[in-house]
Design a protein around this ligand. Structure first.
Ligand SMILES: [Mg+2]
Length: 167
């Protein structure tokens, strides 16, 4: 189903070139935290993330965090990165993405949502009509719920690869 299909897949967030956002006419970039900017609950951003963000901001893109994790987890991380944030976003519900579009006065087509999970990040972004970018998780999570979600993601990823012709 199209609602599960990302616009594009990259290995890490730092692999997304700025030209990708320019080509898609993106003005604001909304970021998931866990397994997108670093591993789950890790307070330290992954290698290259700070530099990548700096480039993005220097080029005039609006950047904010949208996480399903708690304020306790997200607030200090966002502060470290100098970014506004929404915690407990309940993705795939779309209110956080809607709030970002309103805040920056942008139509959904000019906003990109980047995350590591198809059934939260990608689905939430697609339901709102923003550009969606899937990244590979830095580290697979523990727990049956995460394992189930990762298993259910596999056929969606296979379909993406088949349609896009990418490996
Ligand atoms: Mg995540």
């Amino acid at each position: 189903m199209a609602v599960f299909q990302p616009t594009e897949i990259f290995k890490h967030i730092t692999d997304i070139p700025l030209s990708f956002f320019v080509e898609h006419d993106i003005k604001a970039v909304i970021l998931d935290v866990d397994n997108t900017l670093t591993s789950h609950n890790n307070p330290v951003p992954a290698e290259g993330v700070l530099q990548w963000l700096k480039q993005l901001k220097n080029c005039g893109f609006e950047v904010a965090i949208l996480s399903n994790n708690s304020r306790k987890r997200v607030a200090p991380f966002a502060k470290k990165l100098g970014l506004d944030y929404v915690s407990r976003a309940c993705k795939p519900l779309t209110f956080g993405v809607t709030r970002a579009c309103k805040k920056y006065s942008l139509p959904p087509q000019q906003v990109a949502l980047i995350g590591d999970q198809i059934f939260t990040d990608i689905m939430g972004g697609n339901l709102k009509g923003v550009c969606t970018v899937l990244v590979e998780p830095y580290e697979l999570e523990q727990g049956w719920f995460f394992r189930l979600k990762r298993k259910l993601e596999k056929p969606v990823l296979r379909k993406y690869r088949r349609l896009s012709g990418k490996p």
